[in-house]
Design a protein around this ligand. Structure first.
Ligand SMILES: [Zn+2]
Length: 127
């Protein structure tokens, strides 16, 4: 008789997901700020297994050269990338960010350093 149970459950999951994504944005902005960057929006991925958070540089903030860790003028942008971040509530969290490249007076054209870290980009150590 009641055929709508599954639909209602689906709706609840949808609302839950939106609320959670908004909560996550608030939590990140309050507790996990990266100087020079802002969290723009958080959305659940299509399969609802992970949350994708769009990150943008704060207006007027300079990119930091990954070679010498000094601010440098912007050169251009790379394509948006996903960075694995800390898992929250059992969901994987990815940061989506278009890295900037800088034209560093010391190092030349380099990708910027990002505070959420990425082993392949921030100061590779070869011993
Ligand atoms: Zn540099």
């Amino acid at each position: 008789m009641r055929g709508g149970v599954a639909e209602v459950a689906g709706l609840e999951v949808g609302v839950f997901a939106v609320v959670r994504a908004m909560e996550l944005l608030t939590i990140l902005n309050q507790c996990h700020r990266f100087p020079g960057f802002v969290y723009q929006q958080a959305v659940f991925s299509a399969d609802r297994r992970s949350i994708e958070v769009t990150v943008r540089p704060r207006k007027g903030s300079k990119a930091v050269c990954s070679g010498c860790q000094q601010p440098a003028p912007r050169y251009d942008h790379l394509a948006e990338r996903r960075f694995e971040f800390i898992p929250i509530w059992g969901f994987l969290v990815f940061l989506l960010y278009r890295m900037r490249r800088v034209e560093c007076p010391r190092c030349g054209v380099r990708v910027e350093a990002v505070p959420w870290g990425d082993g392949s980009i921030s100061s590779p150590r070869r011993t």
